[in-house]
Structures are given as structure tokens and as C-alpha cells.
Design a protein around this ligand. Structure first.
Ligand SMILES: Nc1nc2c(c(=O)[nH]1)N[C@H]1C(S)=C(S)[C@@H](COP(=O)(O)OP(=O)(O)OC[C@H]3O[C@@H](n4cnc5c(=O)[nH]c(N)nc54)[C@H](O)[C@@H]3O)O[C@H]1N2
Ligand SMILES: Nc1nc2c(c(=O)[nH]1)N[C@H]1C(S)=C(S)[C@@H](COP(=O)(O)OP(=O)(O)OC[C@H]3O[C@@H](n4cnc5c(=O)[nH]c(N)nc54)[C@H](O)[C@@H]3O)O[C@H]1N2
Ligand SMILES: [Mo]
Length: 739
């Protein structure tokens, strides 16, 4: 037995399996800050939740394809691979012939595993493209709203999200970091596709060593490491825009805004300034009433921001809320008013602390990937509108200036994602998943999504196959050696699609005659000839050149706004966008505005504001059964943090099982009483496996998945993005029988 290299979205490692399939994991030697999330992998090979054979839902097998509310409550029949693949191929052919390829939904959102070749979504798309295409999804749950609104403001989202001002520029130049949503250290261990050297923890340590002042604007103190001595502004959730407007109003009143910058580099500022003063003045007192931050603190912060080299950062979470376009637009507007956009350590940043590759000096080398082919079907939905699409085919909706109609979907094909983790209002999603004629899911584990499928095909994890992996800007390409044999009858997604392709007469187009190992060699060799593939494979990793420059976002634009004009209609930063104004959306007008969340109407009955953020013990719902994730559970369920005053008022003490509920649903959770969340706020992270107790009259998730409580509502008619971060709830001691 030897330790072999492999990688995950949360870090590279060396691993070996013992005779019982338990893994020993050693972090990659080049990683200065490995994460305990690695331990979640140790039980992955043999976990009881593994799917070990192809399985067909009994109702589907007996009655054939069709809408069926039993999905999620039915039993399964194990079948041979030949039978499973025959059934799947026949059903795909039937749907395609009777209804056309657009009736197949292949959006299949999700993170799957690290590894460039066995990337599940790439494999699925390549396969569906070879059989004539599919209805796709657009944008992400992560920053889907920014993907739509940023192009209207600065012309592009990629620059801002993936090539923002570097940490090096911040730690060398910034005097004041104003962090809306904080810089949550729990999130920086994750980067899509893998990460070998975790550098952000080092930058965070440098932040405190350099004595940079930080204003933490967040309902939760742990959104910034406790080692950083910050001013904590415990804002009421969903009100950051009001705070930004209060600061903006103060800057104008005191003549602290940079008029030259606004004239030269921006358009539409005058209209925004009029809004600040029209009708109700959006001054610090006004902002204080909404945000519950003292007006004096708002005024003092505004003055300090104008007097310092200030970086304003807005985490991705703020746009994952109703009207999530606004905090992005208002944050950039505020940075423009300070006139520091394009200066070292100043301006605007998006997502410092949201992910490991934001602001880090990564490699720009790019990494090889599987070609997905061309989708002949042009139909798509904004990704978070999945349940609307399934429940309301043909219905009209608005998206980014166009009027669209939901397509009629007959077959849903999911590989590498867990919508019963990631989507909002899971009780509604259950109804939506009752609608299609057939649902096919590839999964290593019996997730709730697998339990709602008709055809469940067991796949290997990245520990049970060969691949190579690297994230955006990763310092190494890791040769992912096979650590163990596949669990049960599990096959790679590639092998499954190759089997289907053969049955549908497109095997050559899909496989191009290559085995998985031959694909690795082929993709690698088209990318690099030196060192050779076999040298790379033998060495276990290839180090990639890393860019160590102090990169500054929009420095070129600042230096020459004519030559380096932004790709917006005006070539400038659009504080007012005529394009967006022209869409006529009340929920996203032409410049940043304060809009009170519509859920506030229920605040009387559901007085606690739930933050449903990313978990610090795992990635999303992945490996929830693993040791690090399990160690974080309280009373066997996901932990909910509640302020001491709110706990006392409800008779709740540490370790109690509580019921968290609103009109949409309810779940159980284990109480952690903590003054690190502000009063009136509870925090329950995402990712506990949706475990509905179907025997009860009222739906109840026994594990603590917050998406039974979140509303399935787009951010606005503009982006239609995910709004899962917030919900209003009530919490009580659970006195029923414990499921
Ligand atoms: N309330 C609320 N909800 C949210 C969010 C929030 O802030 N609040 N955040 C959202 C965000 S940002 C995101 S990105 C989403 C994440 O949502 P997802 O990406 O859907 O979540 P994961 O748990 O990573 O799901 C990946 C699934 O792929 C499976 N898998 C792993 N490897 C393979 C493979 O090789 N092949 C196949 N076929 N399957 C594989 C895993 O077992 C797992 O079930 O959640 C969103 N949901
Ligand atoms: N450990 C771990 N890391 C992860 C992930 C994971 O699942 N686990 N997921 C990864 C993925 S896919 C993504 S997209 C990123 C997401 O990155 P983010 O979206 O930035 O992460 P979140 O943890 O959802 O939210 C960050 C913080 O925002 C604060 N916040 C919430 N609402 C408000 C508000 O109204 N105002 C203010 N000021 N603050 C608010 C919350 O306290 C929360 O802790 O994280 C990535 N990193
Ligand atoms: Mo995400």
C-alpha cells in the first residue's frame, strides 16, 4: 500500500485505503493551510449511503414513464447494468422522437467532484449534445445575479469575480477594508476544480499583522477571523443597501465625494444623487432606522472611508437574496464616489473570502478540459428557475430585458448536482419533481435527489478512478491516481454515457474511440508536451507558473478611460444604466435603490431572520456523513446558532432540539446559543441531507436542511438569481417524538 496523489474542491492530498476501505489522508505537502474538510473523505468509499447497483423506482418500472407524486416516497428495484442502460437509452430515444430534444432538461447544476475529465456536467453535456442537444441552464447559484447585473454596470463580470484586486495589493496598500458580509475564513478552503496551495489564510493573517483597519458589516461576528481586530457593525440582514445609501448621502452632504472621478469615469451619477435627496432623504438617520446601526457610526464610517485608502468588498452572499442586484450596484457606486477604483488597495472587490481563488496570485496557465461539443437546442432557463419551469411549462417570465416562456420538459437528467440540497422551498421542488415523465440521476450516494429519481445509476467518486485536476489559478495540476476499487457496481459517468451512446448509435462521436486513460493522455498532450504525460503521471503533480503581481482591478481603465474603455454602452461605469432603466422593472430600476424585502411582511409571525449560508464543516451537501461534518452536529442534527436573548425568550438552551418553521415548511436543528450572531438573527448553514418525515401531516425535515424554509423567488426580473441566503422563521423547543 502506498500513498497516492488525488485532489478535491477543498484541497489536494495523498491517500491510501486499508482493507476495510477506510482512507488515510495526508494533505499535499505544498499546502500551507490544509483544511479538516479533507477528513470527510475518509469514510466515502464504504459509507452506508453509497449506491452500489443500478436501481429503478418501483412505480416507474411497473407503470412506465409519467408524472408521479410518489417520487421521493417510493421504493427501488435493483437491476443489471444492461437492463438499466437499455431502459435509459430507450426512454431518451422515445422522448427525443416524440417531443424533440428541448424536452430534455440537462441543466444539471452542481459541483460534482474535482477532476477535469470526469467532470460530471461536462460529460453529461457532451453526451446530450451527441444525441441532438437539451434545454440548458444559465448562470450559477453562486454569483448568478452578479453575472447578469455586472455587465450592465462595468461591462463584464469575469474581471470583477475572477480577476479582482489581489490580496497582495490589499495588504500592501489598503488602510481601511469595509467588508459587507465579512471575509468569512470558513469559505476560503474551497475552489472549484481543486486547490493545492491555500494562500488566503496567510493573507488574512497578514491583514491583521499589517494593522489594516477592518469594518465588519455582518449579522455574524465569525464572518471575520477573531484574530482580526475589527469594528463590528452587526447589521440587520438584507439592509446593506440602506447602509450604503446612508454613507453615500453623508459623503455628498459633507462634500467628501470625488466629483472628478464621477465625471470622468462614470455615467448617470447625477440621477443617483437626486434619488439620495428626493422625497425621504437617505441620510444616516434614515439608514439607521432600517439597518439598526447607530447614525453616528454611519457618519463616522463615511468620513473614515473618505479619509483612507479604502477597499469596499461585498461577499457573494449579498446578491443571493431578494433584490440581490442592489448591493452589488450600490457597492460599486459607493466605491466610485470615493474615487479610488483602479488605485492599489482601493476601490471595489467582490467575494474576498467567498472562495479560495478570489484575489489570490494564481496561475493563468489554464488547464485542459473535456470538449463538450455544440448544443443545437437554444432553449435555456436562468438556473434557479427550475421548479417554476417544471410546474409552469409555457408560462411567461422576464429575464434581463426579454420576455421568455418556460419550455415543456419531459425528461430531467442530473449528474453531479444535488437540487434537493441547493434549491429553495424543497417542498415545492418535490411537487415540481413529480411532473416530468422520467428523471435520471447519476450519483455515488443516495442523496435526496437520487431518492426522487426514476433511474438511479451508481457512479464512482474521484477516489475510484483516474483523472487530473486543478482549480482556476491553481498552483499545481494534480495527477489523480486511483485510490481504491469502485464501490459495488459503480461506474464512471464516462463509462455510463459511453454505454448509452453505443445503444443510441453515437458511440464514436461520444468516445472518439478512447478509453478514459487515453482521454487523459490525449487532453494532457494537446495542452503540454513537456513534461510528457507519463512523466507527469509518475511525478504526481505538475507545478504551474504563478502570477505574483499586485494586480489592481480597473487600473488600465483608470490610466486611460478612452483606450481602455469599459465594455458598457457608455464605456464608463454606469451608475445609472439606460439599458436597465429601459426594461422598466420596478424590482430593478435604472440605478441602485433601497427596496425592503417582500418577506418582511411576515415579520410579525416569523420574527427571526434566518441566514442560510455555506457550512464550515463540509462543501454543500457533499459527504455530510463524513467525520468533520458529523462532528459539527448538535443532538444529531445540523446546528442552528441563536442569540442568548432570543434563546432565553423561547426557553431554549444549548443542545436542545428545536423546530425551525415558517409557512413554507419546518425542520429540526440542534441549538447553539451564541452572542456571535446578532439578536433577531439565527444561522443554519446549508447542506444537511434533506430528510422529510413523510408520516407527519406537516412536512418536517429531520436533519436540518434550511431550504425547506427559503422562498423559491428570483432576485428580480433582471437576473432571476438564487435568493436562498435569507428567510424569516420562528424557532421553538421541539416537544414531539424525535424522528
Ligand atoms: N439556502 C441556500 N441554498 C443554497 C446556497 C445558499 O447560500 N443558501 N448556496 C448555493 C450555492 S452557492 C451552490 S454552488 C449550490 C451547491 O449545490 P450543489 O453543487 O448541487 O451541491 P453539492 O452538495 O456539491 O452537490 C454535488 C453532488 O454531486 C455528487 N457527485 C460528486 N462527484 C460526482 C461524480 O463524479 N459524478 C456524479 N454524477 N455525481 C457526483 C455529490 O455526491 C453531490 O450529491 O447550493 C446553493 N444553495
Ligand atoms: N466550507 C465551505 N466553503 C465554501 C462552500 C461550502 O459549501 N463550504 N461553498 C462555496 C461556494 S459554492 C460559494 S458560491 C461560496 C459562497 O460564498 P458566500 O456567498 O460569500 O458565502 P456564505 O457563507 O453563504 O455567506 C457569507 C456570509 O455573508 C453573511 N451575510 C448573509 N446575509 C447578509 C446580509 O444581509 N448582510 C451582510 N452584511 N452579511 C450577510 C453571512 O453571515 C455569511 O456567513 O462559498 C464557497 N466556500
Ligand atoms: Mo456556489
Amino acid at each position: 500500500m502506498t500513498l497516492r496523489p488525488n485532489t478535491s474542491h477543498w484541497g489536494a492530498f495523498l491517500a491510501e485505503a486499508d482493507a476495510d476501505g477506510r482512507l488515510t489522508i495526508v494533505p499535499h505537502p505544498a499546502d500551507p493551510a490544509p483544511t479538516p474538510l479533507l477528513d470527510n473523505l475518509t469514510t466515502a468509499l464504504t459509507h452506508p449511503s453509497r449506491i452500489t447497483a443500478p436501481a429503478i423506482r418501483r412505480g416507474w418500472l411497473e407503470n412506465g414513464p409519467g408524472s408521479d407524486d410518489r417520487r421521493g416516497r417510493d421504493s427501488y428495484v435493483e437491476v443489471s447494468w444492461d437492463e438499466a442502460l437499455d431502459l435509459t437509452a430507450r426512454e431518451l430515444a422515445r422522448i427525443r422522437d416524440e417531443h424533440g430534444n428541448q424536452a430534455i432538461y440537462g441543466g444539471s447544476y452542481g459541483w460534482a467532484s474535482a477532476g477535469r475529465f470526469h467532470h460530471a456536467q461536462s460529460q453529461l453535456r457532451r453526451f446530450l449534445n451527441t444525441i441532438g442537444g437539451f434545454t440548458a441552464s444559465r448562470n450559477t447559484y453562486s454569483f448568478g445575479t452578479s453575472q447578469v447585473v455586472l455587465p450592465h454596470i462595468v461591462g463584464d463580470y469575469q474581471q470583477v469575480v475572477h480577476r479582482g484586486t489581489s490580496w497582495r495589493s490589499i495588504t500592501a496598500n489598503t488602510e481601511l477594508l469595509v467588508a459587507f458580509g465579512g471575509v468569512p475564513a470558513k469559505n476560503v478552503f474551497v475552489t472549484p476544480g481543486g486547490v493545492t496551495r491555500h494562500t488566503t489564510p496567510g493573507h488574512l493573517a497578514e491583514l491583521s499583522r499589517a494593522g489594516i483597519e477592518v469594518a465588519l458589516v455582518s449579522p455574524i461576528r465569525t464572518d471575520l477571523p477573531s484574530t482580526i481586530d475589527a469594528q463590528w457593525l452587526p447589521i440587520r440582514p438584507g439592509t446593506d443597501v440602506a447602509l450604503m445609501l446612508g454613507i453615500a448621502h453623508t459623503l455628498v452632504t459633507e462634500g467628501l465625494h470625488d466629483k472628478d472621478f464621477l465625471d470622468r469615469y462614470c455615467t448617470g451619477y447625477a440621477e443617483f444623487e437626486r434619488y439620495l435627496f428626493d422625497g425621504v432623504p437617505k441620510d444616516a438617520t434614515w439608514a439607521s432606522a432600517i439597518t439598526e446601526i447607530p447614525a453616528a457610526d454611519i457618519v463616522a464610517l463615511a468620513r473614515k472611508m473618505a479619509a483612507s485608502r479604502t477597499m469596499i468588498t461585498v461577499t457573494w452572499s449579498l446578491q443571493r437574496t431578494e433584490y440581490g442586484e442592489q448591493p452589488i450596484w450600490a457597492g460599486i457606486t459607493l466605491a466610485a464616489m470615493l474615487g479610488q477604483i483602479g488605485l492599489p488597495g482601493g476601490g471595489f472587490g467582490h467575494g474576498y473570502g467567498s472562495m479560495g481563488d478570489v484575489g489570490t496570485d494564481g496561475s493563468r496557465a489554464g488547464v485542459p478540459a473535456l470538449p463538450q461539443g455544440v448544443n443545437p437546442v437554444t432553449e435555456f432557463i436562468p438556473v434557479a428557475r427550475i421548479a417554476d419551469m417544471l410546474l409552469h411549462p409555457g408560462e411567461e417570465y422576464s429575464y434581463n430585458g426579454s420576455e421568455r416562456r418556460y419550455p415543456g420538459i419531459r425528461l430531467v437528467y442530473w449528474a453531479g448536482g444535488n437540487p434537493f440540497h441547493h434549491h429553495q422551498d424543497l417542498n415545492r421542488l418535490r411537487r415540481a419533481f413529480g411532473r416530468p415523465e422520467t428523471i435520471v440521476v447519476h450519483e455515488p450516494f443516495w442523496t435526496a435527489t437520487a431518492r426522487h429519481a426514476d433511474i438511479v445509476l451508481p457512479v464512482t467518486t474521484s477516489l475510484e478512478r483516474e483523472d487530473f485536476g486543478a482549480g482556476r489559478g491553481d498552483s499545481h495540476l494534480i495527477a489523480m491516481h486511483q485510490i481504491a476499487a469502485p464501490a459495488g457496481l459503480a461506474r464512471d459517468d464516462y463509462a455510463i454515457f459511453a454505454g448509452l451512446a453505443a445503444r443510441l448509435g453515437v458511440e464514436d462521436a461520444y468516445t472518439e474511440g478512447r478509453t478514459a486513460r487515453e482521454w487523459l493522455e490525449h487532453l494532457y498532450s494537446a495542452w503540454r508536451t513537456e513534461p510528457s504525460f507519463s512523466e507527469f503521471w509518475e511525478a504526481g503533480a505538475l507545478e504551474l507558473p504563478v502570477d505574483e503581481s499586485e494586480h489592481v482591478l480597473f487600473a488600465d481603465f483608470r490610466a486611460d478611460p478612452e483606450r481602455a474603455a469599459l465594455p458598457t454602452p457608455s464605456g464608463r461605469i454606469e451608475i445609472t444604466s439606460k439599458t436597465v432603466a429601459g426594461f422598466g422593472y420596478a424590482d430593478c430600476p435604472g440605478h441602485p435603490v433601497w427596496l425592503a424585502p417582500s418577506s418582511w411582511a411576515d415579520a410579525g409571525r416569523f420574527p427571526l431572520h434566518l441566514i442560510a449560508n455555506q457550512p464550515n464543516t463540509r462543501l454543500h451537501s457533499q459527504l455530510d456523513g463524513g467525520p468533520t461534518s458529523q462532528a459539527g452536529k448538535v443532538a444529531g442534527r445540523e446546528a442552528i446558532r441563536i442569540h442568548p436573548a432570543d434563546a432565553t425568550a423561547r426557553g431554549i438552551t444549548d443542545g436542545d432540539v428545536v423546530r425551525v418553521f415558517n409557512d413554507l415548511g419546518a425542520c429540526l436543528a440542534g441549538a447553539v446559543v451564541s452572542a456571535e450572531v446578532r439578536q433577531g438573527v439565527v444561522q443554519l448553514p446549508t447542506g444537511a441531507w434533506f430528510s422529510p418525515v413523510d408520516s407527519l401531516d406537516e412536512p418536517l425535515c429531520a436533519a436540518g436542511n434550511p431550504n425547506v424554509l427559503t422562498a423559491d423567488r428570483g432576485t428580480s426580473n433582471l437576473a432571476q438569481g438564487c435568493t436562498g441566503q435569507h428567510a424569516l422563521v420562528e424557532v421553538e423547543i421541539y416537544s414531539g417524538e424525535l424522528p
